[in-house]
Design a protein around this ligand. Structure first.
Ligand SMILES: [Zn+2]
Length: 500
């Protein structure tokens, strides 16, 4: 794709309004698959988590996984959806080698949850309410591995291998209504929506939400309408985008690609597309089928799902504190400004600070450690804060050692460096690196006397009552003790020595 085939982003925005629709598939972390007792563990030797049901062998019958239904209802409730009092599964018919039954058991016109919303906070604090069309249950397909071609595609491959371990893994598909009016922020809204949804699903503990392993994947529908037009344009669907950053890039790329075609008088093909991580572009997939092509019909082998109102309310009672509420509470509990809260959220530090506070540290100190020194260390290493090899408990211990006077702030940073370098627990690092504060007054007096003798003019000033001059002597003593003295105690000793 040459740049001539793309429109400059700023120009896209002046001429077109983007319309988004996002479909997120989440694999549930149940013990077993959706319709059989096979293990739902990720990976494993190919074709070891299989049985006649998930291989679609004749005569095998599916049974619904009750925990998956529970998870679906909890997800629906957390997304402010209505829960269907009665719904069914449907067969979505199509042939593909990774689908041994030649149909996917899904839900069609009777999803278990519908009509909800999710409030999404953008980086600058603006809140966008994304309307949720539906959340329905279905099963995942197996995986194809194309061997011998380039970049793992079927084109040019010598042969293909199939692994059905993933066939029948419980999936929830969450579909938004069309998202309009986001203008130039459309790519950012798409990323923030998936990010917010991921946090929500994580809080619900229904999935491990690993985008890199495919347990959370996003299909991004993008279309453009001319400014002031009344009808939507034709959309494309970029499939299986597997990182937050890629969601943003894919939407942005599609906007610039479609705009260039429309501006040149062309029309957009309704098709699926694939996002190319390396180039940040999308390439054409297959022409998009319509629902008629799938010949949906109610699944005859499964009874309808009819969750009672009591059961739904019981499940509502199991919802944890959701991320949005949690942020509000944290902001109040820790007396944070909107900006401070946003910084914590953007740094992914709320849970870390909370866990450090739970381990006994004052929240303000915990926040300071994670947002300053540890953030710097994370930046230097190019990793997320949560990936640093230090636990909230260890940070809390360092904070406690400072509070006890056993460490100065400088020594505390040395201890943290030791923990990050894999030298063990904070107390062990203190021991092995010899980082204890010099609290022996006689040793400190010796250093104070030496510093006073070396700076007679300063000593005289202090004796004359100019206490501020003591700072220079404190500095000399800290240097002499290699930062292992408590500056406050040193200052007291200097003033005592000078009779001031
Ligand atoms: Zn099975």
């Amino acid at each position: 794709m040459t740049t001539a085939e793309l429109m400059d982003y700023a120009e896209v925005i002046t001429r077109f309004d983007p319309v988004l629709g996002l479909e997120v598939h989440v694999e549930l972390s149940t013990a077993t698959k959706m319709f059989c007792g096979c293990s739902n563990k990720f990976g494993g030797e190919p074709n070891t988590h299989v049985c006649p049901t998930c291989l679609g062998l004749p005569g095998s019958l599916p049974v619904v996984n009750a925990v998956a239904v529970e998870s679906a209802i909890r997800i629906g409730l957390a997304l402010n959806c209505e829960i269907a009092p009665w719904c069914r599964f449907a067969r979505k018919n199509y042939f593909y080698p990774d689908m041994p039954k030649n149909f996917q058991t899904s839900q069609y016109d009777e999803p278990i949850a519908f009509n909800g919303y999710l409030d999404v906070t953008l980086d600058d604090g603006e809140v966008v309410r994304v309307q949720i069309e539906r959340a329905h249950m279905e099963e995942d397909t197996g995986k194809s591995l194309h061997v011998g071609g380039t970049s793992g595609r079927i084109h040019g491959a010598e042969h293909s291998l199939l692994d059905y371990n993933r066939a029948g893994v419980p999936l929830i598909e969450i579909v938004t209504k069309t998202i309009e009016g986001t203008g130039e922020r459309a790519p950012e809204v798409a990323r923030a929506y998936v990010s917010t949804l991921r946090d929500l699903l994580q809080a619900l503990d229904v999935s491990d939400v690993r985008m890199d392993q495919g347990s959370l994947r996003c299909d991004a529908n993008v279309s453009l309408m001319e400014r002031g037009a009344a009808e939507f344009g034709t959309r494309t669907e970029t499939k299986n985008v597997n990182s937050l950053r890629s969601v943003e890039r894919a939407v942005r790329f599609e906007m610039t690609r479609q705009a260039a075609i429309l501006a040149a008088g062309g029309s957009i093909l309704q098709e699926t597309r694939h996002f190319e991580e390396a180039s940040g572009t999308t390439r054409a997939g297959r022409r998009k089928e319509t629902s008629e092509d799938y010949r949906y019909f109610p699944e005859p082998d499964l009874v309808p799902i009819a969750p009672s109102a009591d059961w739904v309310e019981e499940l509502r009672g199991t919802l944890p504190e959701l991320p949005a509420e949690r942020r509000k509470r944290v902001q109040a509990d820790w007396s944070l400004t909107d900006l401070e809260l946003r910084d914590l959220v953007n740094a992914g530090a709320i849970d870390l600070v909370a866990a450090t506070a739970d381990a006994g540290a004052p929240p303000a100190e915990a926040r300071s450690w994670w947002m300053s020194y540890l953030s710097q260390q994370a930046n230097t290493r190019g990793v997320d804060l949560g990936a640093l090899p230090i636990t909230p408990g260890q940070v809390a211990r360092v904070i406690a050692l400072v509070a006890d006077g056993a460490l100065t702030n400088k020594l505390a940073r040395d201890v943290v460096d030791g923990v990050l370098a894999g030298e063990g627990e904070p107390d062990h690092v203190v021991e092995t690196r010899g980082l204890k504060v010099v609290s022996d007054d006689s040793a400190l007096y010796a250093a104070v006397d030496e510093a006073l003798a070396a700076n007679p003019d300063v000593a005289t000033k202090i004796r004359e009552g100019k206490h501020a001059a003591a700072g220079a002597i404190v500095g000399a003593v800290m240097k002499a003790t290699q930062g292992q003295a408590d500056a406050k105690r040193v200052r007291e000793l200097i003033l005592t020595r000078c009779g001031a």
